[in-house]
Design a protein around this ligand. Structure first.
Ligand code: TPP
Ligand code: MG
Length: 792
């Protein structure tokens, strides 16, 4: 620290303590990366003290530690409710160090005591087999953001801040992270944040200049251009630049005081004076060296302030005695003897500058959202059911009924403000418009008379960025609220990677007793592959189901309700559930309605079952279906078969819960083998029409006794802008194909297969000619209804 007396808001005593606190955090961070013994450096370091594998990231860590100690001062002085989200989550040792220093780590993990032994264990466990991960993981107190996959810090921060008016979410954005698509767009989240009813996000662009091996773009454009960029995103940028700790502490304290005053003024204007202006929220550009306070040179090459500081700056400890010596010198430069007493306890006079109790960032309840989770009020979904008069006789847009329910959910939770609906500009298109009319859509930007339903208090969040929708929702859920994401089926893939990370988070938190369950992440996918009448091939991809299927069975649920009442039942279940990722795939186009509400509930409860009203006793073939269009085609195929082979005994089985197909050993929803065998008797052929890629059904049923007899039709990547039925024909999931499949698979009909093939070819030819000529499906296809006389 420079000897020069610096002026600023910090008294010399506080400045000295804050600097010591920062040194302690840096010391503990380096210790975690390197040491397995000798934590207080009570003797010269030897190779025996050093971990065999040096893993972790130093470069970003001192900057994070610097911020932490400054947040601590602000929390104490201003009594702030503050959370810290760290984009470069590889700075994990910093958060672990700080939560240890403030005491929250030991409270949660009592074996990591505040003494020499505890410190040794703290060091040893880091990046150690069965210890703790190198990143800001679910194991880290005070975190909701892992940060391993870069790009989502700012959306998570905003998601946490919405509807939390008293919360300040400090968010570090790595300057490399800032290059990612999701991060680049997430600055715009401020157009959706209402200073009157939401909390504040305090973004810090951590401009340490480098990524792993390259400079960052934002560090290599003129400062004025960077400021303009931030202004263009609607922020008021502040800058903190330098590397002399004493000067930097004073300047940081001054700039943070100003920024928090700005936040307070913005909130006062909105909350007391009734301003509805979109404010320019403060953000900080923090230009400090990467690997600040670390080794300046290693092997003659510059390290501090360069990309070489990214991971482990002295990496050849076992090969080069000079590295060991430098490590010893580096760690001693923090003066551990001034920071910890002879027992290894953090000195009282330093520890006391941290906030206490729940105000400590490691203990902030918002970062363990399950603690704050209030159950969602879900009105009785039966009240929104569609009345069924005759199977398949009425058409309805199933998702519209869900829209009614979501609207009611919104109303029922208006007071507790803990439910939002997210979507990339498709909520109305997905026929969920009812939910919008109630509360409006969040919007703090300009409005014009032509706009509809935009409101600064809107609770539907629409932005054309699946990343933002996903990230906001995750942040919202992780801080103890509820939500619902609706998206076109094909484009949900954009967030494949984000949902991976959320699934990992959920998996790990299940094994952490102090992390309380949070509300499930619920997706509705609509605008489905089979009905892309005006969009075509680019909009046809049901593969998100396959993607989610790879996740842990205890985290993922996938439902394909075939009509409105089953959709309502499934949605009710999902909205009430915890700690899952629920995927609901349901159509928005007018489609036949099959099940009265009571039957729908019973069907969804088992997840799959025989539709007795369409089935015969003692079946020779099982016609199985999953998804709304496959269900329609299957029932139409049954109808064709009844005409062609009147004595053929058919069983119709519908699957709502895809997971039920798996054996119980693979998934808790799996149907017991005996029940599966009753439904799909061994030796009886199954013609299975599936909404998605067909191979998934094989994967799920691979271990079932009758697997060899299961023949699946599904989407096989044949698509274009064509009629609904032609899409089925292109992918061989149409009624004619399914009927032919049944005839082909039933042994007693072997002699009729040739004739059936002939009939199939003629039917398909007729279809082709008609659609080519008329641009629409044959009336007998379009207007087909389940014949009432076939209902048992
Ligand atoms: C999406 C993604 N791409 C690539 C990586 C690999 N990676 C890890 S750290 C890093 C550099 C990060 O640089 P920056 O955000 O500036 O962080 P800092 O300099 O603070 O370490 C990269 C590319 C990643 N973790 N996530
Ligand atoms: Mg960087």
């Amino acid at each position: 620290m420079s000897e020069a007396t610096t002026t600023g808001p910090l008294s010399p005593e506080l400045l000295a303590k804050m600097d010591a606190y920062w040194r302690a955090a840096n010391y503990l961070s380096v210790g975690q990366i390197y040491l397995k013994d000798n934590p207080l450096l009570e003797r010269p370091l030897t190779l025996d003290d050093v971990k065999p594998r040096l893993l972790g990231h130093w470069g970003t860590t001192p900057g994070l530690n610097f911020l932490y100690v400054h947040w601590n001062r602000l929390i104490r002085e201003r009594d702030l409710n503050m959370m810290f989200i760290i984009g470069p989550g590889h700075g994990g040792p910093g958060l672990v160090a700080n939560t240890y220093l403030e005491g929250s780590y030991t409270e949660i993990y009592p074996n990591i005591e505040q003494n020499r032994d505890g410190m040794k264990r703290l060091f040893r466990q880091f990046s150690w087999p069965y210890g703790i991960p190198s990143h800001v993981a679910p194991e880290t107190p005070g975190s909701i953001h892992e940060g391993g996959e870069l790009g989502y810090s700012l959306v998570h921060a905003y998601g946490a801040a919405y509807d939390n008016p008293n919360l300040i979410v400090a968010c570090v954005v790595g300057d490399g992270e800032a290059e990612t698509g999701p991060l680049a767009t997430s600055w715009h989240s401020n157009k959706f944040l209402n200073p009157a009813t939401d909390g504040a996000v305090l973004p810090i662009l951590h401009l340490n200049g480098y990524k792993i091996a390259n400079p960052t773009i934002l560090a290599r454009i003129p400062h004025a251009e960077l400021e303009q960029l931030m202004r263009g995103y609607g922020y008021e940028p502040f800058t903190l630049e330098g590397d002399d700790p004493a000067v930097m502490h004073q300047q940081a304290a001054a700039v943070f005081d100003t920024m928090l005053d700005r936040i307070a003024a913005i909130q006062k204007a909105a909350r007391v004076e009734g301003s509805t202006e979109r404010p320019a929220w403060p953000m900080l550009i923090m230009r400090t060296p990467k690997g600040w306070t670390g080794p300046k040179f290693v092997d003659g090459k510059p390290v501090e302030g360069t990309w070489r500081a990214h991971q482990v700056p002295l990496s050849e400890i076992f090969e080069k005695p000079e590295h060991l010596r430098q490590l010893d010198e580096w760690m001693r430069s923090y003066k551990p003897e001034e920071l910890f007493d002879e027992k290894g306890k953090f000195r009282e006079e330093l520890a006391e500058i941290a906030p206490k109790g729940r105000l400590r960032m490691g203990m902030n309840a918002h970062a363990n959202g399950g603690l704050l989770l209030k159950p969602l009020n879900v009105p009785n979904f039966r009240d929104f059911a569609i009345k069924i008069e005759g199977r398949g006789q009425t058409d309805a847009e199933s998702t519209r009924y869900l829209g009614h329910l979501l609207h009611a959910v919104m109303e029922a939770n208006k007071e507790q403000k803990n439910f939002r609906v997210f979507g990339p500009d498709e909520t109305a298109s997905n026929r969920l418009g009812d939910v919008i009319t109630g509360t409006g859509k969040a919007w703090m930007a300009e409005t014009l008379p032509v706009d509809e339903n935009l409101s600064e208090t809107g609770r539907v969040m629409e932005v054309l960025s699946e990343h933002m929708c996903e990230g906001w929702l995750e942040g919202y859920l992780l801080t103890g609220r509820h939500g619902f994401f609706n998206c076109y089926e094909a484009f949900i893939h954009i967030i494949d990677s984000m949902v991976n990370q959320h699934a990992k988070w959920l998996k790990v938190t299940r094994g952490i007793p102090w992390r309380k369950p949070i509300a499930s992440l619920n997706y509705l996918l609509s605008s489905l592959v089979w009905r892309q009448d005006h969009n075509g091939f680019s909009h046809q991809d049901p593969g998100f189901i396959d993607h989610l299927m790879n996740k842990k069975a205890d985290v993922v649920r996938i439902y394909l309700p075939p009509d409105a009442n089953t959709l309502l039942s499934v949605a009710d279940h999902c909205l009430r559930s915890k700690n899952y990722i629920n995927l609901i795939v349901a159509g928005k186009q007018p489609a036949p309605q099959w099940l009265p509400i009571d039957e729908a509930i019973a069907h969804c409860t088992t997840g799959l079952g025989e539709w007795k009203w369409a089935s015969d006793e003692n079946p020779e073939v099982v016609m199985a279906c999953c998804g709304d269009v496959p269900t329609l085609e299957t029932l139409a195929a049954v109808c064709l078969l009844k005409d062609k082979v009147p004595d053929l005994r058919i069983r119709v089985v519908n699957v709502v819960d895809l997971m039920a197909l798996q054996p119980q050993s693979e998934h808790p929803h799996g149907l017991p083998d005996e029940e599966f065998d009753q439904l799909f008797p061994v030796g009886i052929p199954v013609v299975f029409a599936f909404h998605g890629y067909p191979w998934l059904i094989h994967r799920l049923t691979y271990r079932r006794h009758n697997h060899d007899n299961i023949h699946v039709r599904g989407y096989k990547e044949e698509g274009t802008t064509t009629t609904p039925f032609d899409m089925c024909v292109l992918n061989n999931i149409d009624r004619f194909q399914l009927a032919l499949d049944a005839i082909t698979r039933v042994p007693r009909l072997a002699a009729t297969v040739d004739k059936a093939q002939q009939w199939y070819s003629e039917a398909i030819q007729r279809h082709h000619l008609y659609v080519s000529e008329n641009g629409d499906d044959l009336p007998e296809i379009k207007d087909w209804r389940w014949p009432q006389e076939l209902t048992r």
